[in-house]
Write a protein that binds this ligand. Structure first.
Ligand code: AMP
Length: 187
């Protein structure tokens, strides 16, 4: 978890490679649908370009399909859940599948850093939702209103781990690994 531009995708990619664990990134899955111009992609694009969240039922269905085909021994979710309804659906889905999660990793990055990073990424990668400052600010507002409440949700369940995401990528990765490997040793 973390605001847009916190480094979720980058770190999820790295951890997935290190631990040979599948990464389920809802943003990537949606962008693939948009690129392939599927009906779901065409519907999702309108929300994504406006900096809004794609409706919960679309995301929950998508993640359900992915988790059903993922090995029970591990996965990394990137960019999901983003609303309380998604978090509750995930709890239920994992119960149904007889699976669980160990950590919710929250990358903390100040707003001004996030805006600068996203504008730079918009130029480098041509992501349309990163190119426009108004859309970036909308995504931050949506994050604050709809996603940030999940911090309390996972804190209450004792699964939240806070990481300073305002550091070089390598340091963030080292902190994440230390956290995961430390907990593994004491588990
Ligand atoms: P991301 O690459 O994770 O920043 O996602 C890009 C965009 O995809 C977001 O701004 C949303 O429009 C949409 N999206 C990705 N994941 C979700 C989610 N869990 N719930 C709703 N919309 C999502």
């Amino acid at each position: 978890m973390g605001p847009p531009g916190a480094g979720k995708g980058t770190q999820a990619e790295r951890l997935a490679a290190i631990y040979h664990t599948p990464k389920i990134s809802t943003g990537d899955l949606l962008r693939a649908e948009v690129k392939a111009q599927t009906p779901l992609g065409c519907q999702a694009k309108v929300y994504m370009d406006a900096g809004e969240l794609v409706p919960d039922e679309v995301l929950i269905g998508m993640v359900k399909g992915q988790l059903q085909h993922s090995p029970a021994q591990g996965w990394i979710l990137d960019g999901f859940p983003r609303t309380l309804a998604q978090a509750e659906a995930l709890e239920e889905l994992l119960r149904e599948l007889g699976q669980d999660y160990d950590h919710v990793l929250n990358l903390e990055v100040p707003d001004e850093v996030v805006v600068a990073r996203l504008l730079a990424r918009g130029k480098e990668q041509g992501r349309s939702d990163d190119a426009d400052e108004a859309v970036i600010l909308k995504r931050l507002q949506v994050y604050r209103e709809q996603t940030a409440p999940l911090i309390d949700f996972y804190e209450a369940r004792g699964r939240l781990r806070r990481i300073d995401g305002n550091q070089p990528m390598e340091s963030v990765q080292e902190h994440l690994q230390a956290l995961l490997e430390g907990s593994r040793r004491t588990a």
